[in-house]
Design a protein around this ligand. Structure first.
Ligand SMILES: CC(=O)SCCNC(=O)CCNC(=O)[C@H](O)C(C)(C)COP(=O)(O)OP(=O)(O)OC[C@H]1O[C@@H](n2cnc3c(N)ncnc32)[C@H](O)[C@@H]1OP(=O)(O)O
Ligand SMILES: O=C([O-])CC(=O)C(=O)O
Length: 370
């Protein structure tokens, strides 16, 4: 029996949603650079779900639905307020999304239309939940989306309670697009494995959130921020990084299972980080990040992934670090839903084998003589 550590190099499914070929990322065949520069997150959501870009009317309908669905039921608001003060936002999100399924009184039968509507609701509600988590943590009133705002604008409005400026909206919209989907990453695989048992869409999203939370995956963006804070100053970078490397510790935000010549999303986030640093005049984190990049590339040949510069970008937008990974989940929900629907469309149980390497020919020893 052949085994591959971490399933590296194994093609586990066919998918028509996103591709990584020769280090180039596309969503439904459109190169990520074009989408990041020109699209809105709503267009990307529609594209991932439907396979084509929306026309004016479909886009308007999608935007309307996202706002309509973005209001939370009282039970969810109460639940968020009941969590212990020490609760981590990513755990709060996972628990709240699980609770959404209890309140979904409509039939859960697996039909494409039914699930597309349910998926859109989950997309809208996850955004509101993440913003609400922070509002609750700050003891502030929870806000719901407004019809006249875009998805990115609404998120920042619900988070901060004020109308965000154009630069912030554009940066956040771009970050949402860049994180939306990524072929068979760990959390998407997790979602597909879950729904392949014909479990419902909520079960798939809850599995995915749990999988995204770890620092080797989506949790790396918060870990990057923690590292930047720990280093604290440009002059402390070299001793910190060389010490970490000598102890064989991983530097968060570097390396990738698939990309060997660099993550194509990182350059957009780096440019955005520099732009925001220039506008705010707060250049320290951006400059620290470029120095870390230079050392890690030289010493280890590793390049930054999507998580590295997203830390300084979100920090420049005034977002607290505990929210970085939940925000990743807001964006990646669009990919998870698309993959869940694709899995249902052509489903087969996902059940690989394990090569047994444990002891054999053992006997049961009764408790009293063990
Ligand atoms: C959205 C995302 O999920 S993007 C990824 C986010 N995760 C991170 O940024 C965490 C840091 N990076 C990593 O842990 C890895 O590069 C991963 C998990 C992304 C990819 O992992 P894998 O393909 O399994 O590579 P693996 O962990 O086996 O690393 C291979 C070698 O490179 C080294 N390496 C990989 N990444 C790093 C890193 N960030 N810092 C230092 N060394 C690293 C490993 O120590 C290992 O060295 P060795 O062969 O001497 O033991
Ligand atoms: O694809 C991966 O392994 C991780 C990643 O970059 C992502 O999920 O965006």
């Amino acid at each position: 029996m052949m085994t591959t550590s971490g399933l590296e190099g194994i093609t586990a499914t066919q998918s028509a949603i996103s591709s990584i070929i020769d280090d180039t990322l596309t969503y439904r065949g459109i190169i990520i650079d074009e989408l990041a520069e020109q699209a809105s997150f709503e267009e990307v959501l529609y594209l991932l779900l439907n396979g084509t870009l929306p026309k004016t009317e479909s886009l308007a309908q999608l935007k309307k639905e996202l706002v309509q669905y973005g209001t939370l039921q009282d039970e969810i608001v109460l639940l968020l307020k009941s969590f212990p003060k020490s609760a981590k936002p990513m755990d709060m999100l996972r628990t709240a999304v699980s609770a959404l399924s209890l309140l979904d009184t409509e039939a859960k039968e697996i039909s494409w239309e039914n699930n597309q509507k349910r998926g859109l609701k989950i997309q809208a509600q996850i955004a509101t939940i993440v913003a609400a988590i922070q509002r609750v943590r700050e003891g502030k009133e929870i806000l719901f989306p407004k019809q006249e705002y875009s998805f990115a604008q609404n998120f920042l409005y619900m988070l901060k309670g004020e109308v965000p400026d154009q630069i912030a909206i554009e940066a956040f919209n771009k970050a949402l697009i860049l994180h939306a989907d990524h072929e068979l990453n760990a959390s998407t695989f997790s979602a597909r494995v879950t729904v392949a048992t014909l479990a419902d869409i909520y079960a798939g999203i809850v599995s995915a959130i749990g999988t995204l939370s770890g620092p080797l995956h989506g949790g790396a963006n918060e870990a990057v921020m923690e590292m930047l804070e720990e280093i604290g100053d440009i002059h402390h970078i070299r001793p910190y990084i060389y010490q970490a490397l000598s102890e064989k510790r991983k530097i968060m935000g570097f390396g990738h299972r698939v990309y060997k010549k660099g993550d194509p999303r990182a350059k957009h986030l780096k440019a955005m980080s520099e732009k925001l640093a220039h506008i705010t005049g707060e250049r320290k984190l951006y400059e620290m990040s470029t120095i870390i990049e230079e050392i890690i590339t030289r010493e280890k040949g590793l390049l930054p992934n999507v998580d590295f510069y997203s830390a300084s970008v979100y920090n420049s937008l005034g977002i607290s670090k505990e929210l970085f990974t939940p925000i990743f989940a807001v964006s990646r929900t669009s990919g998870w839903i698309s993959h869940i629907l694709e899995q249902y469309e052509n489903n087969r149980l996902i059940r690989p084998r394990a090569e047994y390497v444990g002891p054999s020919k053992m006997s049961y020893i009764p408790l009293d003589i063990r």
